[in-house]
Design a protein around this ligand. Structure first.
Ligand SMILES: [Zn+2]
Length: 240
């Protein structure tokens, strides 16, 4: 059963009790809106229910958010949108072939209107879908963010280790200052540690920015060494 039919079934199963509301619902159903007495809130709700039963549809919230009620004239559409507005939700008006449609395209507005129509089972359905979508979106955002951060950290650690190994291979063992040598050793032994964790492993603990500075220095040194040992073609020509 479509979501539309579910809403309609729910509305038909709970017809209004008082005479004024019954008349208002009938006015909505028949389209005889001009003589309807909609001075009471309960009657405005009943009128919207009638109009929806006559010409309304609402898409399955799992797929999209679209609620509409089709009426024959522009005046009728404006009247209906006005009644809906008085109850809270903001409906728009559009034209389709021979009809005018009063429609709502956001989940919050549709939920509000289902509440106005007292379609509480349908309202619960749409709220469940909306909550699920929210949760899914925030989980996805979180996962994407974690992956990006991990990639960044792993990439940086990989570059630092390359630099340190280059220095070890190409420079004398006491080439580095004691602080940098200790930093290099700690980084090599802990390729997956964060900057903060590395800082805590040093004999004199260091904060994130201090660790970052030392690692950058190591990469700078490796770069200098590389330049001296493997000159790029341009500098090779120019130095002679
Ligand atoms: Zn009433």
């Amino acid at each position: 059963m479509s979501f539309s039919s579910k809403v309609k079934e729910e509305l038909t199963n709970k017809p209004p009790k008082s005479r004024h509301c019954k008349l208002a619902m009938l006015a909505g159903l028949s389209g005889e809106y001009k003589t309807a007495d909609l001075s009471k809130e309960c009657c405005r709700r009943a009128f919207i229910k009638g109009a929806f039963l006559a010409g309304g549809s609402v898409s399955d919230p799992d797929k999209s958010y679209h609620f509409e009620i089709a009426v024959p004239t522009k005046e009728h559409a404006e009247f209906l949108a006005g009644v809906i507005k008085k109850c809270g939700p903001n409906a728009k008006i559009g034209k389709r072939k021979d009809n005018y449609i009063v429609y709502i395209k956001d989940g919050e507005g549709i939920a509000e209107l289902l509440n106005v129509m007292e379609a509480h089972v349908a309202l619960m359905d749409i709220e469940n879908v909306r909550i699920l979508k929210d949760v899914r979106n925030s989980v996805n955002r979180q996962v994407n963010c974690d992956i990006a951060n991990t990639r960044k950290t792993v990439g940086a650690a990989h570059r630092q280790i390359e630099c340190i190994e280059y220095i070890k291979e190409h420079a004398a063992p006491d080439f580095l200052s004691p602080e940098l040598a200790e930093m290099a050793a700690v980084r090599l032994e802990n390729p997956e540690a964060s900057l903060y964790e590395l800082g805590q492993m040093l004999s004199i603990p260091l904060g994130k920015s201090g660790v970052n500075h030392r690692l950058a220095k190591l990469c700078e040194i490796a770069g200098d060494l590389r330049g001296r040992i493997e000159p790029s073609p341009e500098t090779q020509g120019g130095m002679k």
